[in-house]
Write a protein that binds this ligand. Structure first.
Ligand SMILES: [Zn+2]
Length: 287
């Protein structure tokens, strides 16, 4: 249905079509609406936990693609039987693993007539007093070596914000990161590291190389959990070598096999002075 909107300027009237599927800016506005659950098999219209209606959608798939025009026709029919004109839907519904929300919106705007769907914000709202849930989230986004990685306040906050919101989250996260023992220890270690040495610009490739170790990363099938990155300071050419651990011997072997034996010995070698580079290992001395 077209809605006319009168502008402030006299004589100017703009016609704007309100979208049938729109992003709900505030969860509270739509939280009491009926819910739309859509998987690749079935569609449910629910009020709380009560199923008001459901219909199969697996027959609407052709070449693994859901026929959205047919789907919206069926949905509108069910909604009109129930006298429903607005539904809420989470952007985390299973169907969005198969189709883009933008495509869903475009087709909905085209085929829906009287029914509107409010897409909820991507973030989950958490009760600010639910300390157990908050701690669980912070453990995941700060402590966990893969999903957290003990990042600072700003980075931890921006990661959590992508998925959750609760009142006072900035304060909570600041306090949590500041109190994290692991972060305190690594801060002290970082400050005690000798300063990096500034070197002049190299003339030829692989004359000066910058070496670093990254990880731990998710373990690969071959049992590798770390990687050595070797960058030629002149060309910025990058060599990445997967390694199972970051012992000095393993790292030295990776550098010899993948860099020195291929591009020749470097004149200068720059590292972040991690222990794997400062341990005077036989291999590094004798190559
Ligand atoms: Zn930490």
């Amino acid at each position: 249905m077209a809605k006319s909107k009168i502008c402030n300027r006299p004589g100017l009237v703009t016609i704007t079509e309100e979208p049938k599927i729109y992003d709900a800016l505030n969860y509270n506005d739509v939280k009491k609406c009926v819910k739309l659950n859509l998987s690749t098999d079935e569609c449910y219209i629910k009020h709380g936990k009560i199923i008001l209606a459901h219909f199969k959608v697996n027959d609407l798939f052709a070449n693994k693609k859901l026929d959205l025009s047919q789907f919206f026709l069926r949905l509108e029919k069910e909604a009109s039987k129930l006298n429903i004109s607005l539904m809420q839907m989470s952007p985390r519904e299973k169907i969005f693993e198969k189709i883009f929300t933008s495509e869903f919106k475009n087709m909905g705007n085209k085929y829906l007539k009287n029914l509107k769907i409010a897409l909820l914000p991507r973030v989950t709202i958490i009760d600010g007093k639910n300390q157990i849930e908050i701690n669980k989230i912070l453990k995941k986004f700060h402590d966990n070596p893969i999903t957290g990685g003990h990042t600072g306040i700003t980075r931890t906050l921006s990661k959590v914000k992508k998925y959750y919101f609760w009142k006072g989250m900035t304060k909570h996260i600041t306090k949590y990161v500041k109190a994290c023992e692991n972060c305190q220890i690594s801060k002290i270690t970082k400050h005690n590291k000798p300063p990096a040495i500034i070197t002049p610009t190299p003339i030829s490739a692989f004359e000066i190389v910058l070496v670093d170790t990254v990880g731990p990363l998710p373990k690969t099938e071959n049992g590798n959990e770390y990687a050595v990155t070797i960058i030629c300071d002149l060309s910025k050419y990058l060599i990445t070598v997967p390694i199972p651990n970051k012992n000095a011997k393993t790292v030295a072997k990776a550098i010899i096999d993948s860099c020195i034996l291929v591009y020749g010995p470097m004149k200068k070698f720059i590292s972040d002075l991690g222990t794997e580079y400062t341990v005077r290992h036989k291999i590094l001395i004798t190559f």
